[in-house]
Design a protein around this ligand. Sequence first.
Ligand SMILES: C[S@@+](CC[C@H](N)C(=O)[O-])C[C@H]1O[C@@H](n2cnc3c(N)ncnc32)[C@H](O)[C@@H]1O
Length: 352
Amino acid sequence: MKIGAIPENLLERLAMVFGLVPTPFIDTFNAVIVARAVMVATKLDVFDSLASRPLSATELAKQLGLDAAALEKLLNVLVAIGYVKNGPAGFAPTRLARKWLMRDSPRSIRDNMLLRFLEWQAIETTEEFVRTGKALDVHDLIRDEQWAVYQRGMRSLARLSAPEVAARTPCLGNPLTMLDVGGGHGAYSAAFCRRHPQLKATILDLPQAVEVAVPLVAEEDLEERIVHKAGNALTEDLGRAVWDIILVSHLVHHFSDAQNRSLLKRAADALRPNGLIVILDVLRESSREVGSQTGALLDLYFAITSLSGTFSAEQIAGWLTPTHLGIERIIPLRSAPGISLVVAKKVADSKG
Ligand SMILES: C[S@@+](CC[C@H](N)C(=O)[O-])C[C@H]1O[C@@H](n2cnc3c(N)ncnc32)[C@H](O)[C@@H]1O
């Protein structure tokens, strides 16, 4: 997916064709105001408050304890970008806002909008990163009260693709044990447990994540089958021949090449025969190419936050070489465009 300047009328279309649009202005000033308006409206409960009936800015401001004139300006931006419509009875959310931003929508990514406020702070350090090459260690910087925002934000995105990930992971027979490395909120473990009725999952995550993630997993009603283990995936002994599935979702982009090599070596040792290592992440086109716009943006963002980035399937294959596991399948997700499953299998007589 791309962001960019989109003409709204014929004059603007012509200006675009003749190269008269100052695109950098749109890419920066407009983009930032759009982003902040959606984030703030979500945080202030604007969308949910308009769900049952349209309201004027004054009525909504009274209900939410906000300034009516200022709120009207925000609402006008939301109308301009298609999140809210303004009719005779007042402002109401559009289908887009109802689907993605309402608390009780099955596709809600409301929690992920709140995570944007934390990411914003990290993005502000881009200049420092480019000057010095020194990255943040984002997991060390998250404050105690921010861990729940982080985990809930990741969960809301994970829920969009977790059923597909569980359904399309080519498990043989009846998997019994799963290790979800950096699985925090548990949305993927829950989807795998629903798909495989005898499966039990262990989520290995940092202690701060585990503290806030336990109640999130309780919401899945699968406490009997999903447990957390507090630990560090960079150093943890993952066991010997104990897991049928080891999932590593959106974690390798926080680690260096050497750290991922070590993680996958320990994961391969910990797999049972016919077990699968499943890596879920944004893949680069190849080790040298940048690929899609989103891929390039994420590559920079992961570098700012963890001095890492996105990796290609070839690089992942390289981590697996010493383990004697080979990549069996790469499955681009339909529910999360740009994200792929990389599946490696430990064959019964593998030495890995
Ligand atoms: C980007 S989130 C991904 C969460 C989940 N796997 C998903 O795909 O939605 C990264 C997760 O890895 C965890 N994590 C980061 N560093 C870790 C480490 N060294 N050991 C274990 N977990 C780690 C974070 O706490 C967080 O839960």
